[in-house]
Design a protein around this ligand. Structure first.
Ligand code: SF4
Length: 460
C-alpha cells in the first residue's frame, strides 16, 4: 500500500474512533487551560513572538555563519562534531562509535531527530538495548508504537491504558494513581541509567556564542542520562541554532508556554562538551550529530525556508482540527500536524508525502498560535502548488482540469453537455478528493444560459 492510501485508511479509522478522539481532546483541553493560566507572564506575548521570529529568521538566513561559529566553540569545549547530510550518513558514523565503544545498552531522551533517522531500530540491529527515558516515550516504546505528538508522545493514552500496559509488560498491579504509575517507570528506568554505555539525546537549541546545546524537559531524565554513561551522543537538526545565551531568556519561556502551558519547564540544561577534568560526573566524550536530511533543500527555497524557524513546541498540532481527529500516527511521518505536513515532503520526498499538505482545512489556527510566527497555512498552499508543478496530481485531475478549461473558455462547449454529463464530469474530476462521505453539489437542471434564453424568448 502506498503512503497516500495508508494515510486515508488510518485517518478514516482514527476519525471514527470516538474513544481516541475523547482522549486526545481531554489532553488538549488540559493543555489549553494551562496555556491560558500562564499567558499573563508575558507583558506583550505577540511582541515576544515577533522577536523570536526575527531572531530565528536571522539565524536561518545566515545559517552558514552561525554553524561555523557554533562548531568552532563546541570543538574548543572538547566536543566532537559529525556532519551528516542524510540519515544514512548519520547512521554510518554512529555505527563506528557503537563498535568502538562496544556498546551494549543506551538510554535515550526525547529526540525527534533520532526518530527521524530511525536510530532505535538501527541500534537494535547491533544488539544495543535502547531504553526511552522520557515517561511519554517510554510508554509508547513499551506499547511498540511511535510518538503520537512531538511534545506529548503518549497523548493518546489514558491513565487506564497506561496502567493496563504496565500490568501487561511489567507485571505491576493495576492503579489509576498517576504518581504510582510514574514511580513504576522510575524504578525500571533508574536501573537502565546505571547500565547504559551511551546516552542519546536531542537538543532544543544550539547556542552559537557558547558552543553548547540547550535542553529543556520536565522529568530530569536528560540530566540523569547524560551523567552516568561514558559517551553522550546528541542528534540535532542544523536549524536549531540561536545566536546567543541571552536569547534563551526569550526562547525558553516561549517554548514552555506554547509547548506545555508552563512559565518555564522544570529542568533547563546547557551542555558544553564532555566532562571537564575538574567536574565529578558527566560523559568522557560528547558527539554532536548535525543533521541536514533535507533541511538545506528547504533552505534554498526563499518562500518556504521560514519552516526551519520551528522550535518544535507542538502548539500547531493542538489547535489543528485535522490532528485532533486523526491523531499523529495517521500522518505516517516523524513530524505530524501542520508543521509535519509542511516539512515532511521536503525531508522525505514530495511525491511520497505531498498528500499531507492537502489534509488541511487551511483555517489558519496553526499560524495564529505559532510562537515564531511561521505562516503555516500558506506554506501548505505553497506545497500544494509545488506538488502540482512537479506533476504529482492524479491523472484524472489533470484530464479533468483540461476539460474544465476548454469548457470555461468556450460557452458553446459548455452548452454541449446536459446536466447528467456535467454531474458525471464533476464526479470524475472531484469525486475522490471530495470524499465518499460528502455528497457533491449537483448541477441545476437548467443552466443560467438556458434560463436566460427562455426568458428572452418569452419576452419577445
Ligand atoms: S510550527 Fe510553530 S507552532 Fe508548530 S511546532 Fe513549530 S514552532 Fe510550534
Amino acid at each position: 500500500m502506498n503512503q497516500y492510501d495508508q494515510f486515508i485508511q488510518d485517518a478514516e479509522k482514527k476519525t471514527f474512533d470516538l474513544e481516541h478522539r475523547r482522549k486526545i481532546n481531554f489532553n488538549i483541553n488540559k493543555y489549553n487551560t494551562a496555556v491560558e493560566n500562564v499567558s499573563s507572564q508575558f507583558v506583550d506575548h505577540d511582541f515576544g513572538r515577533q522577536r523570536a521570529a526575527y531572531l530565528k529568521t536571522q539565524v536561518i538566513e545566515n545559517l552558514d555563519k552561525y554553524l561555523i561559529e557554533f562548531e568552532q566553540k563546541f570543538l574548543r569545549n572538547g566536543g566532537k562534531i559529525i556532519w551528516a547530510r542524510t540519515k544514512e550518513e548519520a547512521l554510518a558514523e554512529l555505527k563506528v562509535i557503537f563498535k568502538e565503544k562496544k556498546a551494549r545498552a543506551a538510554v535515550k531522551s526525547k529526540t525527534m531527530t533520532a526518530e527521524e533517522i530511525q536510530l532505535t531500530d538501527f541500534m537494535e540491529q547491533f544488539g544495543i538495548e535502547t531504553t526511552e527515558t522520557d515517561m511519554g516515550e517510554y510508554i509508547v516504546q513499551l506499547a511498540g508504537q511511535k510518538p503520537d505528538h512531538m511534545v506529548t508522545p503518549a497523548m493518546h493514552f489514558s491513565k487506564k491504558d497506561i496502567s493496563n500496559l504496565f500490568h501487561k509488560k511489567l507485571d505491576t498491579p493495576q492503579t489509576d494513581d498517576i504518581s504510582e504509575l510514574a514511580n513504576i517507570a522510575r524504578r525500571v528506568l533508574r536501573e537502565k541509567y546505571l547500565e547504559a554505555d551511551i546516552a542519546v539525546t536531542g537538543a532544543n537549541f544550539l547556542v552559537a556564542d557558547i558552543g553548547g546545546i540547550a535542553i529543556t524537559e520536565n522529568e530530569g531524565n536528560v540530566r540523569l542520562g547524560t551523567t552516568f554513561p561514558k559517551t553522550h551522543i546528541a542528534i540535532v537538526g542544523i536549524e536549531k541554532l540561536i545566536p546567543t545565551m541571552d536569547d534563551l531568556a526569550l526562547f525558553w519561556p516561549m517554548l514552555a508556554h506554547s509547548g506545555t502551558g508552563q512559565e518555564l519547564t522544570a529542568y533547563n540544561t546547557i551542555l558544553t562538551g564532555p566532562r571537564k577534568p575538574t567536574e565529578p560526573d558527566g560523559p568522557d566524550e560528547m558527539y554532536l550529530v548535525l543533521l541536514d536530511n533535507g533541511r538545506t533543500k528547504l533552505l534554498q527555497d526563499a518562500e518556504k525556508r521560514q519552516a526551519l524557524n520551528c522550535i518544535r513546541c507542538g502548539a500547531c498540532l493542538n489547535v489543528c482540527p485535522v490532528y485532533k481527529n486523526i491523531g499523529g500516527h495517521s500522518y505516517g511521518s516523524t513530524y505530524n500536524g501542520p508543521i509535519g505536513a509542511v516539512i515532511t515532503p521536503h525531508y522525505e520526498g514530495m511525491e511520497k508525502f505531498k498528500h499531507l499538505s492537502f489534509a488541511s482545512t487551511l483555517c489558519g489556527a496553526c499560524t495564529s498560535v505559532c510562537p515564531v510566527k511561521i505562516d503555516l497555512h500558506n506554506l501548505l498552499l505553497l506545497n500544494r502548488q509545488q506538488s502540482v508543478e512537479e506533476g504529482y496530481s492524479p491523472g484524472s485531475e489533470k484530464r479533468g482540469y483540461k476539460l474544465w478549461k476548454m469548457a470555461m473558455l468556450k460557452r458553446s462547449y459548455m452548452n454541449l453537455l446536459g446536466k447528467g454529463l456535467k454531474n458525471f464530469f464533476l464526479g470524475y474530476m472531484f469525486g475522490e478528493g471530495w470524499g465518499k462521505r460528502r455528497e457533491l453539489p449537483k448541477v441545476a437542471p437548467k443552466s443560467f444560459y438556458e434560463l436566460w434564453k427562455e426568458k428572452e424568448k418569452a419576452n419577445k
